[in-house]
Write a protein that binds this ligand. Structure first.
Ligand code: DX5
Ligand code: ZN
Length: 219
């Protein structure tokens, strides 16, 4: 088992003390910052956008994994590249010309990710998987932190792992939503490479220890 990438979701951080939470992640065993951008159209919630990410980017010492929950994400690829995004993930359900969007993300020097809603079958990515650096399987319906993990995700991870190996691709599998110490190990055993955790980390008494606990469980 290779080392699992841990990506705390800043959506659950204290926005009035963002610098403190960024430094906590910088000094923890976490690997990436997961940043959720919501537009109130693709999902029924609005989170934060460019100015906040710009501020985070000035303090973060680890890669920025930006998850766009917005319609027509292709409109903002250049902007997110300029903000220092390392991995830019768009939703399959929000992308009419996904192949073109993936090429445009890579042309800006970022890794290209695609997120799938819980109801979307992984077979829709069969023809693009070679071009995708990361597939984010939503294990809750996107839009809010703190929701319960959907159990069917384990099955989906296994199926996706199989598809990746059949196609000889090197795509990473990321799991987003409801990740805790109860499901982390089983997700990694099923084939997950990246775990996003928001409320489990920031809602805990000692987020640094919580991250260390997840790291220990999944190495
Ligand atoms: C949900 C977001 C998630 C969210 C995860 O729409 O994409 O990244 O922040 O939060 P938890 O870990 O609390 O489910
Ligand atoms: Zn997310």
């Amino acid at each position: 088992m290779s080392q699992t990438i841990l990506a705390p979701s800043i959506l659950a951080a204290d926005f009035a003390n963002l610098k403190k939470d960024i430094e906590m992640v910088n000094n923890s065993e976490a690997d990436w910052f997961h940043l959720d951008v919501m537009d109130g159209v693709f999902v029924p919630n609005i989170s934060f956008g460019m100015p906040v990410i710009e501020a985070i980017s000035r303090h973060a010492t680890k890669p920025l994994d930006v998850h766009l929950m917005i319609v027509q994400p292709e409109r903002y690829i250049k902007d997110f590249a300029l903000l220092g995004t390392n991995i830019l993930t768009v939703h399959y359900e929000a992308s009419t010309h996904l192949h073109r969007t993936l090429q445009a993300i890579k042309a800006e020097g970022m890794q290209a990710g695609v997120a799938l809603n819980p109801h979307t079958n992984i077979s829709v990515l069969k023809d693009t998987i070679q071009d995708i650096d990361l597939i984010c399987l939503m294990s809750v319906n996107p839009g809010f932190g703190g929701q319960s993990f959907i159990e069917n995700t384990y099955e989906k991870v296994k199926e996706l792992k199989q598809l990746i190996s059949e196609k000889g691709a090197s795509t990473k599998i990321e799991i987003d939503g409801g990740v805790t110490n109860k499901n982390a190990k089983q997700l990694v055993e099923a084939g997950a490479d990246v775990l996003v955790a928001g409320s489990y980390v920031f809602g805990s008494k000692n987020p640094t220890d919580t991250i260390a606990g997840l790291a220990k469980l999944t190495q």
